[in-house]
Design a protein around this ligand. Structure first.
Ligand SMILES: [Zn+2]
Length: 465
């Protein structure tokens, strides 16, 4: 095996082909595991030989990081967390000692926004960036994107890797690409006009933004399902595309297929979790592109199929800034490929409910574990929902109080009182806690042009006196 692989810049399958690489995508899981283990061995040895950080990080392990011969050995390597990256990059700015190539060979620099503290920095070499483009192309092929498609990207072209990763993939396929962006004042209004004018076949963005775009189109006299010609929308950055009612709402609004995608910016190629054009909900885990383990949130023990835990990712072919056993902090549940029953024929594991929360986002209210995505699912399933909501958790005396602010649709005949009771009953039956509900008119709550921020947990701020 030659490691790392060389991207084949001019390769494209026949447009009628289901697969980019039929053997890779449909081989038996056992055969795939052999290939993954070889790549893990090469990747870990490379990182150990070239990164002072990893030599220190693995100083106390009982196995030889230069010769990993089994998954059991690999699982003895310590888990890398976000905090480890931040501390290392603080001590050795800007990249930390993760970097395995010369700084002058970095082609792209990306990072996290740092809104919740110190930003993380990702240096990506040219060959790595080309491989990311090729893998994203391969995965987007499974989504149904083809060279004659016209694509609009409606997420911000800032340090957010989502936009750039989607762009690299559609460019590699050879699509006609319109990197429109988002986030500027009045840009959504313009997006509606451009979409009407250009009639793109596909859109990339966030699910929240797609709903906002649809609402804006309607306010301007368009009927998105009739006046636009989207066949598919692919999303990342939020769980919405695998929340059944949100997904259904977007599919109905635009009369198109919705595809969920995404892992972590640290791990780009982040499309290694992706729906395909046959999967009704959720994502396949392309674990021969980014190796993925599912670990128990508390004990870090390996979880079998059918269980819920934290996806932990390992680059398999990264020469610039490899991430090995990177703890995502997300929560998901996985299934064996043959339990999912997807018609595509791929033999990857599947996350049937997508990535539906973060360990840190799980709200524990009166002893119940609640993910904001569960509340979103219930609300979008209600006919009179006005498309936006907020969750506030506070202390009321000794008890936690779950408060919801929910918009009621403009065009409904249902009264506010009736809708209030419907919301309260629906949420109580889903999460087991009766919420205090406030109903507000549609349009009252701010819309997002990027990722939604709908949850406020005020309990940490409470001071007992
Ligand atoms: Zn599939």
């Amino acid at each position: 095996m030659s490691w790392p692989s060389t991207p084949k810049s001019d390769y494209r399958p026949d447009p009628s082909s289901e697969y980019w690489d039929a053997h890779q995508e449909t081989r038996s899981p056992a055969e795939r595991r052999e290939d993954i283990l070889e790549k893990i061995n090469e990747q870990v040895r490379y990182a150990y030989d070239n990164s002072e950080f990893y030599r220190e990080f693995y100083a106390d392990v009982d196995i030889n990081p230069r010769d990993i011969t089994s998954f059991e050995e690999f699982e003895q390597l310590p888990i890398l967390r976000s905090e480890d990256i931040k501390q290392e990059q603080k001590k050795h700015p800007p990249f930390g000692r993760f970097l395995c190539i010369d700084e002058e060979d970095i082609a792209r620099v990306y990072g996290t926004s740092g809104t919740t503290g110190q930003p993380k920095v990702f240096g990506i070499g040219e060959e790595d960036w080309n491989r990311i483009g090729e893998w994203h192309a391969q995965i987007l092929w499974s989504v149904g994107i083809r060279p004659d498609d016209r694509i609009i990207i409606t997420s911000p072209f800032i340090q957010y890797l989502g936009s750039w990763g989607a762009l690299a993939g559609v460019d590699h396929i050879g699509c006609t690409t319109f990197p429109f962006g988002a986030g500027m004042e009045g840009q959504t209004q313009q997006a509606v006009e451009w979409i009407s004018n250009l009639q793109p076949d596909a859109l990339y963005g966030t699910p929240s933004y797609a709903l906002y775009l649809g609402e804006t189109a309607k306010e301007n006299g368009y009927i998105p399902a009739e006046d636009f010609s989207f066949k598919v929308m692919f999303f990342s950055g939020e769980p919405g595309a695998s929340i059944p009612s949100t997904r259904q709402e977007i599919e109905t609004m635009f009369d198109c297929e919705v595809i969920d995608q995404g892992s972590m910016a640290e791990m780009t190629p982040w499309m290694s979790n992706s729906g395909c054009q046959h999967l009704d909900n959720g994502m396949h885990v392309w674990n021969d592109i980014v190796y993925t383990e599912l670990l128990d949130p508390s004990t870090e023990a390996h979880l079998e199929y059918g269980e819920e835990g934290v996806p932990t990712y390992t680059h398999l072919e990264r020469t610039s800034q490899p991430m090995i056993r990177y703890w995502s902090g997300d929560i998901t549940m996985w299934e064996r490929h043959d339990e999912t029953g997807c018609d595509c024929g791929r033999t990857y594991p599947t996350l049937p409910k997508g990535v539906y929360g973060r360990v840190d986002d799980m709200l524990v209210v009166r002893g119940k574990n609640i993910f904001p995505s569960e509340i979103e699912d219930q609300l979008h399933a209600l006919d009179d929902f006005g498309d936006e909501f907020r969750i506030v958790v506070e202390k009321e005396g000794a008890l936690d109080s779950l408060q919801l602010v929910v918009e009621i649709a403009d065009n409904t005949v249902t009264s506010v009182d009736e809708f209030h009771d419907v919301v309260r009953t629906a949420i109580k039956s889903e999460v087991g806690v009766t919420p205090n509900v406030t109903i507000v008119p549609q349009g009252e709550l701010d819309r997002t042009q990027f990722k939604a921020d709908r949850v406020k947990d005020k309990r940490d701020l409470a001071v007992d006196i």
